[in-house]
Each structure stands twice: as C-alpha cells, then as structure tokens.
Design a protein around this ligand. Structure first.
Ligand SMILES: [Zn+2]
Length: 270
C-alpha cells in the first residue's frame, strides 16, 4: 500500500496564512476583510499597549475581534529582545500570555519577534516562555514550510512589489507539491500608505477558494507537528494518531484521515 502524507485537511495542498503585528485599531478593518473572504490571520499583540492612546486595541476588544483567528505574542513592551537579559525576555513573553490567555480561552504558543530581532539566545528565552514558533521579517518570496518553527520566515510583506506575481504563482500551481503562502505586515501601514485597496484585492483573489486551507499560524504548526507524530505499523497497515489534530493522507491514491486518538487499519475502513 502506497501512503502519501503531507497533505492538509480534505487533501488540500495549498495553505494561506496572514500575520499582522502590534494590535492597532486598524486591525478591525483588516479582520473585516479577512472574514469576508474566509481568510485566517494571526495577530501578534503587545500586552503593554494601552487603548487610551487612541491607537491600540484594548485587550477585551482584541478577544472579540480576533475570535476565529489567533492571538499570539509580540513582547509586552515591543522590545529589542537581543538587547534584554534572559529574564527580561521571558517576562516580556509571559506578560503577553498572562494578559490574553484567560481572556481568549486557549494557550498561546506563538509569537513574532519585535523588529524582527532575534538570535540563538533569544530563541532559547522564547522557548522557555512556552513559545513553539516565532515569525521573522525575512521574506523568502517562496512557498516552503519552515524547517525551524522558531525561525519562521514569511513569503512576503504585503508591500512586496511582487505580491500579486507571487499570488498568481501560488494560485496557478497545479503539481503535487504542497505550498504555503505566508503574508505579514501591520494594518496601520494600509492607513499610512493609503492602500487598503491592495489588501482588499489580495484577499478577494486569494480567499474563498476550495483548494486552499486557510489557517492561523498555530494551526499550521499543529498540523505539521501532529502529522510527524503519527505511529505507523511495520507493515504500514495500522495508523495511530496520538495527537489532537485530524490528519489527512492518501492510501493508494484514496484520500483518508485519521482522527485524534484513533487507530485505523487500512484495507478495512474506507
Ligand atoms: Zn511590531
């Protein structure tokens, strides 16, 4: 029996995720655009911001706004983490978790590096604070999946001049390869640059398609790490899923899935 793993829910081979930082009030309009087009985003927030500045969302406002999306850490005070002590770095991330986790009702395990600044020590500090992935600001202009989730390089910033060229390449690909398109930025840039039409156009074109898995950052992390945890019998006919994520695969070209906690015997269960 030929087993083919690496496909996403319902056999999809394309994944799109959006990643926006700092939690400004402009995220409201951005989320509206995402929701209209069935697109999911991860929002990296700084718990030290105060909505009385007229620029930042309140913690309560974030919970409601980002429902169905992901709230993630970005350091309480938006620090240059390479310049802080180990303890300060851990505290910056834990403060974000303490602010948002109980309010949003899930464990926050992801972040993006403020100013994109990180090194091996910062990575170790962030892991100590419970982080399993962290986004950088290094654009690859590619569609690969991260080899190290603590150095998760995005495809492009939304202002990349090749944005729509990259989107076309992503949408038109029809081979067997899996692809991730990962766009990042700040929603205040749309206001500053007066280019909301850019993200509207992007989302209208990229959204609401049957062949794309629209996911938050942590959903991608969970899917890939869960897939790698499947237990498969020596003869390849028993597949056990010890994780909390349903995993999809092809068995002799037939699309199948194994649910959380389930063990299936191939050839029996269709
Ligand atoms: Zn930032």
């Amino acid at each position: 029996m030929k087993l083919e793993f690496g496909v996403f829910p319902n056999g999809k081979k394309k994944v799109l995720t959006m990643s926006y930082d700092d939690g400004p009030i402009y995220d409201r309009r951005l989320v509206e655009i995402f929701n209209k087009n069935g697109i999911k985003g991860t929002f990296h927030l700084n718990s030290g911001r105060d909505s009385s500045d007229g620029w930042s969302l309140s913690a309560e406002g974030c919970i409601e706004l980002f429902s169905g999306h992901e709230i993630s850490c970005h350091g309480k005070n938006h620090p240059h983490m390479t310049e802080l002590s180990d303890e300060e770095n851990v505290n910056e991330i834990v403060a974000d978790r303490l602010m948002y986790e109980n309010r949003c009702g899930y464990v926050i395990r992801g972040m993006s590096y403020p100013y994109g600044a990180f090194d091996d020590r910062v990575i170790a500090n962030c892991r100590d604070a419970g982080m399993v992935y962290a986004r950088t600001v290094h654009s690859t202009e590619g569609f690969g999946f991260p080899t190290d989730f603590m150095k998760w390089h995005p495809t492009a910033h939304h202002n990349n001049e090749r944005l729509f060229e990259l989107l076309d390449e992503f949408l038109n690909a029809d081979d067997d390869k899996t692809r991730l398109m990962y766009i990042w930025g700040h929603s205040y840039e749309f206001d500053r640059d007066n280019n909301w039409d850019l993200i509207e156009k992007f989302c209208e074109k990229a959204g609401n398609r049957d062949d794309i898995f629209y996911a938050t950052n942590i959903e991608i992390y969970d899917y890939i790490t869960s897939m790698n945890k499947l237990n498969i019998s020596a003869d390849g006919t028993l597949i056990n899923n010890p994780t909390a994520t349903e995993i999809w695969f092809y068995a002799d070209d037939e699309l199948m899935s194994v649910k959380p906690g389930e063990t299936i015997r191939l050839g029996e269960k269709k």
